[in-house]
Design a protein around this ligand. Structure first.
Ligand SMILES: [Zn+2]
Length: 132
C-alpha cells in the first residue's frame, strides 16, 4: 500500500502456543483512532473477548490453521458465527461469520491473544450485543 497510514504487525497465540499467528492492524492498537470492542453478549461476557475486526488477508497463521482438528469450533443461536478456541489450552482466539454475505472475509480477533499488548491501555467501545 502506498498510503502513509500507520500499521503494526502483532504476534499472537493461544496460551500453549499450539496456534500462533501474526496480525497487521492499521491503525495500530495504540493509535488515537483505534479501539477494541467490549461486548456484553452471552459468549463475550463469558470469555472476556476484546475484539478487533480485521480482513482475513491481515492474518497469517504460523503453525496450524483454523481448519485443523486441534482448533475447536463452536456455534450457537442462529449459527451464523463460528468461534474458535484451542483444543489444548482453551484460549478463545477469534470468531467469524460463516454465512455468505454476512461480514464475509472478516474475522473478530480477541486482542487478549496478542503478545506485548497491555489491554488496560486500549480504548474500548462498548457494544450492547446482549440486546441484538
Ligand atoms: Zn493452546
Amino acid at each position: 500500500m502506498a498510503s502513509g497510514n500507520p500499521s503494526k504487525t502483532y504476534q499472537a497465540s493461544c496460551h500453549c502456543q499450539l496456534i500462533r499467528y501474526n496480525v497487521t492492524l492499521s491503525p495500530p492498537l495504540n493509535d488515537v483512532n483505534s479501539w477494541v470492542v467490549e461486548c456484553n453478549c452471552s459468549i463475550c461476557a463469558r470469555n472476556g473477548y476484546l475484539n478487533v475486526y480485521v480482513q482475513n488477508e491481515c492474518i497469517q497463521f504460523e503453525t496450524i490453521g483454523l481448519e485443523s482438528d486441534l482448533v475447536e469450533k463452536y456455534r450457537f443461536g442462529k449459527e451464523r458465527v463460528q468461534h474458535y478456541f484451542c483444543s489444548r489450552c482453551g484460549s478463545s482466539l477469534m470468531a467469524e461469520s460463516i454465512e455468505p454475505g454476512f461480514y464475509e472475509g472478516v474475522k473478530a480477533l480477541n486482542v487478549r491473544m496478542f503478545h506485548d499488548v497491555d489491554v488496560r491501555t486500549l480504548q474500548r467501545r462498548q457494544v450492547d450485543g446482549k440486546s441484538l
